[in-house]
Design a protein around this ligand. Structure first.
Ligand code: USQ
Length: 395
């Protein structure tokens, strides 16, 4: 049985990924230190509904399906914790009884502080973001180098690494002709937050590891993800993924859906021409799974742009407005002063064929999908906290 190790297995994407692989017969281990949950408590932003602990979720999954997801609670910033996952017999008390044997075939790296606004709240949060994201990535690179070079690393990158350049965005690489000579280089990066900057640095670390030690790395440059439900969550409502709609950890589509349901005017930042590539959480799972099935070669940094369609903030607001009004909600659109420093009108033309070519079948943001999401969110309407929707964390 192929062994998949998921770093950051408690998160919005980590837990659905764990169930997705487990349902398909993989041997799955998840590791997390609850950084995201603890940060939500610390800055008091709440989530749409309460979520059982990772241990409890694995237990529910086992009761319902008979399948086992092994759970390790540990901080991957500690090199010894990371190394113990690859070095065979485990010496840590938290792992002793897990039956985990080491040497994953694939490791999926989500173990990062994922929020751009969090990374710019203040110096302390910038430091937490940089320290966590870079140390975990570096620890992973060295653990694989030292113990398990055949392990395929699937790392989550972000489209925000490219910024919004005035040229077409390629899938990771760009051929450049200069003074009559040609070379292939990483596409120029110009991140718009400290968080996004750590993702650029992650990419550079892994590219170094690929060049020096022939590591096998797939980098998935993902856009903002939306959605709640994946196939496996239908097994039991307690298996739903965590869902943020606050300014710090919520992303735009999920936020607009919640805002429409609770009657909060949609928070379009500035002129609203900011265009990004989006994807359904179901497609994140497909993309990761297809990448696992056709791994990068030894000595290859393979990069895919993980988006399925592009929208401006205005287009998203219009879509949510139209569906919300059809469902009887009083949806208003509000343009508020942009707390971020970003281009509000710009050229945006990214390539994103690579994942389709390896078999991903996209879900699109149709009116039906928006209406399903609104109906799901409406079940929790009473617990929506409007005080966390906009605080104006400035860049
Ligand atoms: N925006 C609004 N109103 C809102 C929230 C966002 O107009 O209420 C705008 C932002 O100004 C931005 C765009 O929508 O131009 C996307 O913002 P976001 O908060 O949905 O996403 P972002 O901060 O870029 O980060 C999210 C995830 C991050 C992931 C990234 C992919 O938090 O983990 O890496 O999306 S990407 O944006 O392609 O880099």
């Amino acid at each position: 049985m192929s062994h998949v190790l998921i770093l950051g297995g408690d998160g919005y994407l980590g837990w659905p990924t764990a169930m997705h692989f487990s349902a398909r017969g993989y041997d799955v281990t998840v590791v997390d230190n609850y950084m995201r949950r603890n940060a939500c408590v610390e800055i008091d932003v709440g989530m749409l509904y309460p979520i059982p602990t990772l241990m409890e979720r694995a237990k529910i999954w086992h009761e319902r399906t008979g399948k086992e997801i092994k759970v390790l609670i540990g901080d991957l910033q500690e090199p010894e914790v990371m190394r113990s996952l690859f070095s065979g017999p485990l010496s840590y008390s938290w792992a002793v009884n897990s039956g985990f044997t080491g040497m994953p075939d694939t490791v999926i790296h989500y173990a990062e502080q994922p929020s751009a606004p969090y990374s710019l709240m203040d110096y302390k949060r910038a430091d937490i973001t940089i320290t966590n994201n870079l140390r975990v990535t570096n620890n992973l690179m060295f653990a694989v180098r030292d113990y398990s070079r055949d392990t395929h690393i699937i790392k989550l990158g972000t489209m925000g690494e490219y910024g919004t350049p005035n040229i077409d965005i390629e899938e990771g690489w760009l051929e450049i002709e200069h003074n009559g000579r040609k070379g292939k280089f990483l596409f120029p990066r110009q991140a718009g937050s400290i968080y996004h900057t750590t993702k650029v640095m992650d990419t550079d670390l892994m590219w170094f590891g690929v060049r020096m030690w022939d590591l096998k790395v797939t980098d998935l440059m993902q856009g903002p993800v939306y959605g709640i439900e994946t196939e496996e969550m239908k097994v039991d409502p307690r298996l739903k993924t965590l869902f943020n709609y606050d300014e710090v950890f919520g992303t735009i589509v999920n936020r607009f859906i919640v805002q429409a349901v609770c009657g909060y005017p949609l928070t379009v930042y500035g002129k609203g021409g900011q265009t990004r590539g989006y994807l359904n959480i179901k497609d994140t799972l497909q993309c990761v799974h297809k990448s696992e099935q056709s791994p990068a070669n030894s000595g290859e940094l393979r990069i895919f742009n993980q988006i399925m369609e592009t929208f401006s903030a205005n287009e998203l607001a219009e879509k949510v407005h139209a569906v919300g009004c059809d469902l009887g909600y009083d949806v208003k659109i509000n343009h508020i002063d942009n707390p971020r420093k970003e281009a509000e009108e710009h050229y945006y033309n990214p390539a994103y064929q690579g994942l389709i070519e390896i078999g991903v079948e996209p879900h699109y943001l149709t009116d039906e999908v928006i209406s399903e999401l609104m109906n799901l969110v409406a079940q929790y309407k009473q617990s929506i906290r409007t005080d966390v929707i906009f605080k104006g964390i400035k860049w």
